[in-house]
Write a protein that binds this ligand. Structure first.
Ligand SMILES: Cc1cc2nc3c(=O)[nH]c(=O)nc-3n(C[C@H](O)[C@H](O)[C@H](O)COP(=O)(O)OP(=O)(O)OC[C@H]3O[C@@H](n4cnc5c(N)ncnc54)[C@H](O)[C@@H]3O)c2cc1C
Ligand SMILES: *[C@@H]1O[C@H](CO)[C@@H](O)[C@H](O)[C@H]1NC(C)=O
Ligand SMILES: *[C@@H]1O[C@H](CO)[C@@H](O)[C@H](O)[C@H]1NC(C)=O
Ligand SMILES: *[C@@H]1O[C@H](CO)[C@@H](O)[C@H](O)[C@H]1NC(C)=O
Ligand SMILES: *[C@@H]1O[C@H](CO)[C@@H](O)[C@H](O)[C@H]1NC(C)=O
Length: 790
């Protein structure tokens, strides 16, 4: 279209257009730069650190009249001390993560130009400085300095408790009482409260453990924690306490038991108390009983041993990653291709699979390594994955059978759990094989895979942050396994209590004291410390190839038979029809064509798709659909696999880059609102057609996104929309879907992922449209004026 207009108009118009194109293109870039989440992170902290970024803009909202006390680190990114202190502050943030509702951490980079004046208005002269802002601080408050802190986060933690106790009448509402209790108060507590458990921590007056555990439990219901001083004679004699510290569970009527822990220390108390029966995180549903899960006929519960690794999870993860996640990229090029090659190479080398699977992985590896170009079509890869050459004894089982990664609901655990398990196993096998020269071989492959393909883009971002921070320090293969273990624990810490946490499988610092008692110890301060030597012994035994259980695996012969049948079916379908096309084959061709177009539209704009998902009735496409879909599908944008791109961040980006290709037609498209509407309706139809091709209808999962605005991780969502079959089947399928699968809209207060992506996309589209129109007309008028003048 640009061509046509260009030829028909004057030199001036050509200039206009090129200028228009340039300015609109830069406007587009700007738009998408703004849409990208924290693309440019500066300073010493990232979004993964659980430290609130303070800015002059958000200071009012963050510091003034906050219901939690806030600690702010004022630092300068160039200052060596600050760089050295950053890991301490991060460690502190992880350590007191559970205290957030009462005490939160923030940081500001005073070296950034925009922040300098702000920092000096708080009286900051040296870096790093820590300031404590009481809950319900006034706008005029500049906080209190915390002095004399060293590079010891547990010392800072104690100073913070001292500061918390300086609150007078305006106590942070989420903060439980911290002062020592007495017999009289304990008796009253049962009269006025309906707590299920009362934990009493007996300690010396200089100990902080009681207050720390109290704060550790503040987000949990049905439990109260109080400290009792060793000088509180009544209670001490009543319970016969001789050890300080020690923890007792006290029940109405005066019955009590001592809490059994490996070591008398804070972390052991906290984690034991958090796992008492009936104790649940506030606002979280209680765990689902095994009975209910077992009686679920839709997806029968598979009993498993939670201290073991199951091959079924690993094979399911392979299937999902290679046939679903990678398949979301019809063309795999450059970085993504390199990542894929490394990933498959590592699988072929270290995956401890059964012979059929290993044969398949090796053939995929050979094929990938023999690809000379810097791009491949997924379709070609799929042929290898499905063993279309019919090499004997070679197959990757289709479908997902989660065992150790089962979730109590369809949107919990499963694939991401499988990914973690897979990579732990691979690092351990690499370390035990001893043959590798590159200690980061598996880690590097994982990093690349997560970066290029892992559907949860926020997860990928966080993982990349961690990798950038510390992966280079890995020098040996056992250190690689340990690195992944410790980073996984960092993720567990961050996600504890998030929406994606399965109440039946809470995020713990793994392995628990029950699984590996000797892995846990305490340091001189009485703080929890991992016994690294023991962990390094535990990991290889837990994830070793020989310890993997093969329960629930489909028989090899069955897997091969299924593959044969699929192959035969495909051959029959692909066979050219010698006679004139029958109505049904014409139909088939149309479907293929529309699938291609649909792919294009997914790139071109999500608006249409979302309109479809939001309940617009599928309508027949009209001949006018063509202009809206006239864009060249591009090389290799083959038949859609019927898979949405797993992340909306990814979608957004790709959509745009491709749209820039022909700006004129893009502007035209937007200008013509009809086109959009048509795109929406045709899109709906294509979706329903494409669904007929779906091989395994059934609730599958898609990684969602993390909503930062206080909603927490939305986590996995059932791929309802994608797996909804065509109109006739829709009803039957709805019945199949567990009603709980629709949790999303409830949990996120009516903002589904769809709503949000729709908003974002419509917002972007409309602003670009306005911008483009503005620029276009502005240039037009200017040129016309120029043209009128001699
Ligand atoms: C690379 C990556 C990054 C992720 N980032 C995010 C994110 O930023 N936000 C988000 O909401 N979700 C993220 N996820 C998903 C999240 O980590 C969980 O996988 C998901 O919530 C399912 O949790 P789960 O309870 O099944 O346990 P998972 O954390 O998936 O763990 C699976 C199994 O591994 C074992 N395990 C647990 N901890 C360890 C450990 N430290 N070392 C060794 N084994 C362990 C346990 O047996 C556990 O059941 C990420 C996943 C991956 C693979
Ligand atoms: C401060 O917050 C409390 C509750 O959060 C509210 O009742 C009060 O009006 C607020 N005060 C000011 C000055 O904003
Ligand atoms: C702890 O108790 C001792 C005496 O038992 C007392 O001297 C000391 O001041 C107390 N410390 C605190 C912090 O209360
Ligand atoms: C599950 O089934 C068992 C026996 O089949 C039954 O005893 C039990 O009550 C059922 N549980 C629920 C929650 O339905
Ligand atoms: C689960 O596995 C662990 C480790 O192998 C074993 O000690 C335990 O007995 C198993 N539990 C069950 C119920 O089989």
């Amino acid at each position: 279209m640009a061509q046509r207009c260009g030829r028909a108009t004057s030199r001036f118009a050509a200039q206009t257009r090129s200028r228009l194109r340039r300015s609109a293109a830069s406007a587009l870039c700007l738009c998408f730069y703004l849409l990208l989440p924290s693309a440019a992170e500066a300073g010493l902290y990232t979004a993964s650190d659980q430290i609130q970024p303070l800015t002059p803009e958000n200071a009012g909202a963050l510091l003034v009249n906050s219901t939690a006390a806030i600690v702010v680190e004022f630092y300068a990114s160039w200052c060596g001390h600050c760089v050295a202190f950053a890991p301490v502050y991060k460690e502190l943030a992880r350590d007191i993560k559970e205290w957030k509702p009462a005490l939160d951490l923030a940081a500001i980079d005073c070296a950034a130009k925009d922040n300098r004046r702000f920092c000096s208005s708080y009286g900051i002269t040296g870096y790093p400085s820590l300031k404590f802002f009481h809950a319900f601080s006034q706008a005029s408050s500049t906080g209190r300095f915390i002095r004399g802190f060293h590079h010891d986060f547990s010392a800072i933690r104690q100073k913070l408790i001292d500061k918390l106790e300086t609150h007078k009448d305006l106590w942070p509402p989420a903060c439980p009482p911290l002062e020592p209790t007495s017999q009289a108060e304990v008796d009253r507590l049962f009269e006025t409260n309906s707590v299920q458990h009362l934990a009493l921590i007996f300690e010396k007056n200089t100990s902080y453990i009681g207050r720390e555990v109290t704060l550790d439990l503040l987000q949990f219901e049905n439990i109260a924690v109080r400290r009792v001083l060793s000088t509180e004679k009544d209670l001490v004699t009543l319970l016969g306490v001789t050890d300080f510290p020690s923890c007792y569970l006290y029940y109405p009527g005066g019955t009590f038991t001592r809490l059994q822990v490996n070591l008398e220390a804070r972390t052991f108390y906290s984690s034991a108390l958090q796992r008492l029966p009936g104790v649940v995180r506030s606002g979280k549903p209680p765990p689902v009983s095994l009975d209910v899960l077992a009686n679920n006929t839709k997806e029968p519960w598979r009993p498993f041993n939670s201290s073991r690794v199951y091959m079924a999870d690993l094979e399911s993860a392979l299937h999902y990653s290679l046939r679903v996640e990678v398949a979301a990229h019809p063309v795999i090029r450059k970085d993504a291709l390199t990542s894929l090659k490394k990933y498959v190479a590592v699988l072929a080398k270290y995956f401890p699979g059964r012979p059929v699977v290993m044969n398949l992985l090796r053939s995929v590896d050979r094929w990938l390594q023999s690809q000379p170009g810097d791009e491949i079509q997924y379709e070609a890869l799929e042929g290898i994955l499905d063993n279309s050459a019919q090499t004997p004894n070679t197959a990757l089982p289709e479908g997902e059978t989660w065992v150790g990664c089962q979730g109590s609901q369809p949107h919990l655990r499963r694939y991401p759990c499988g990914v973690w398990t897979l990579f732990h196993v691979l690092t351990v096998v690499q370390s035990s094989s001893g043959g590798s020269t590159d200690p980061r071989e598996v880690l590097g492959a994982m990093r690349g895979y997560v970066r290029s393909f892992f559907g949860c883009r926020h997860c990928a971002e966080h993982f990349e942050n961690m990798a950038r921070e510390s992966m280079v320090g890995v020098r040996t293969a056992p250190a690689a396994a340990a690195w992944l273990w410790s980073r996984h624990n960092v993720v567990n810490n961050r996600l504890a209590g998030a929406l994606s946490e399965d109440p039946n499988f809470p995020k713990i610092q793994w392995p628990s004291p029950e699984m590996c008692p000797s892995c846990h110890t305490v340091d001189a301060n009485g703080d929890h410390k991992w016994n690294d030597k023991e962990v390094l012994r535990f990991l290889p035994s837990y994830f070793s190839a020989s310890g993997i259980l093969t329960d629930y695996l489909e028989d090899e012969s069955k897997v091969l038979e299924k593959q044969r049948l699929k192959h035969a079916a495909r051959k029959a379908r692909d066979a050219p029809d010698p006679v004139a096309p029958t109505p049904s084959s014409v139909q088939g061709e149309e479907e293929d064509e529309e699938e291609e177009l649909q792919d294009e539209e997914e790139e071109a704009g999500e608006g249409g798709a979302d309109a479809g998902e939001m309940g617009a009735e599928p309508s027949e496409p009209t001949p006018w659909d063509q202009p809206a879909m006239d864009l060249d599908p591009g090389p290799g944008r083959g038949r859609g696999r019927g898979l949405r791109r797993p992340s909306i961040v990814g979608m957004r980006l790709r959509g745009v880059q491709e749209d820039i290709v022909d700006l004129d037609s893009f502007v035209n498209q937007l200008y013509n609102a009809k086109a959009l509407r048509l795109a929406a309706s045709s899109r709906v139809k294509q979706r329903s057609l494409q669904r007929k091709e779906e091989r395994e209808p059934g609730p599958r999962l898609r990684l969602g996104m993390e909503l930062d605005a206080g909603l927490g991780m939305v986590g996995l969502q059932p791929m309802e929309a994608d797996y909804e079959p065509d109109a006739q089947k829709r009803e039957a399928f709805a019945e199949e879907l567990d009603p709980r699968g629709r949790w999303m809209s409830v949990l996120s207060i009516g903002f589904s992922r769809v709503d949000i992506s729709l908003c974002v996309i419509l917002y972007a589209l409309s602003s670009m449209c306005l911008l483009a129109m503005y620029l276009f007309f502005k240039n037009r008028f200017r040129l016309r004026r120029k043209a009128v003048l001699p």
